[in-house]
Design a protein around this ligand. Sequence first.
Ligand code: ZN
Length: 435
Amino acid sequence: MNPKSLGVVFALLLAAAQASRAQELSSAEKKLTQSVEARLGEEMAALEKVVNIDSGTFNTEGVREVGRFFEKELQALGFKARWIPMPEAMHRAGHLVAERISSKPSGKRVLLIGHLDTVFEGQGHRFQNDGAVIRGAGVMDMKGGDVVLLFALKALDSAGLLKGATVRVFLTGDEENPGLPTSESRRDVVAAARESDVALSFEPALATSAAALLLGRRGLSTWSLDVTAPGGHSAFVLRPRSGTGAIYEASRILDGFRAAFSSGNVTVNPGLFLGGTDVAYDPAKSAGTSAGKYNVVSRSATVKGDLRALEEKEREAAKGRMREIVAASLPKAAAKLEFDDLVPPFPVTEGNRALMQVVNAAGRALGQATLTERDPVASGFGDANFVCSLVSAVDGLGVAGDGLHSPDEIADPKSVGPMTARAAVAIARLLSTPN
Ligand SMILES: [Zn+2]
């Protein structure tokens, strides 16, 4: 850990300790929560508006339109907002960044993260709130969280607490399917993190464990296994003359992966297998063809998969183990394994824990349950993965809900106000915590 982040951890621990002693809201914080409550109707209307704009990742115009809504709203709060387009060939809408920068910030420089796209492509469910649940595509993941973020900032602005503060809002347009290479599609959020001290990400809370935050998420690498063998008459398979063939060799390797990664934090998943005399794979379609005959020993096999790990050293150790398994080739077969690191791991750190305590103290002061840590291996990656090496970060500050990534996504309307108030109080405390 570098000295800068050590300092940040220490300051956060101090803030958390002070906050837990003062388990009550200050009068300024009480005003914040009143202001959140006063705007609840407006907040629901905003959620309805953005949920009813279809914005699957590949619906670039829809993503841009959701972005325009937040752009206008944030500009009204004194943020300088701009749209960052992505190159045409990437087929992604781009991102919205909005900044309020103080030359002399009085406390932490805060980065707030959300995303404008939804997994669900096409026309999603229209917004529907029956008081018990809110239905609508992306209502939980994560337009609910985006709106929580926005209305926390509105409350802070009304209370005058954004004066002298440095706050950046980064809403990506392709979180559910990041544009490649990620070094390009995530360059600007990384740059925003470089100018920040802490990051709060508003991905959904879970209905089953709303009083919990994510302090880490696994990173993602993809891998490609290519096996070649001489082929020959099937009468001689597994005999010296024809050897094992490519399909047996690929199967041996996959069984080795299965045995090596059946437990622990690392998972290795083969998602596509092609084998035969000839195979062809089209990366653009994530599809391929294979041709072969029952009486010919297979000459080629191609497998595409992923590798997920919570820490960089775990990821590298897993790659080493996979390479060892690949290298122990069966007779006459040869295999090549290649990796592509797409998303960095977001490991659980003491800095993230200290940041959670600031959020926890805010929630406790509001009468909410004590926060626990969510299992970091039980979900996919998020945009916080790309910034966590630069700032302390926590995720899952959005609305509670269920049915993640399905068209039947629902959110708990009763979580909207409390999550917004908690975010507003936590951000206020961070903005007044000196570095
Ligand atoms: Zn999400």
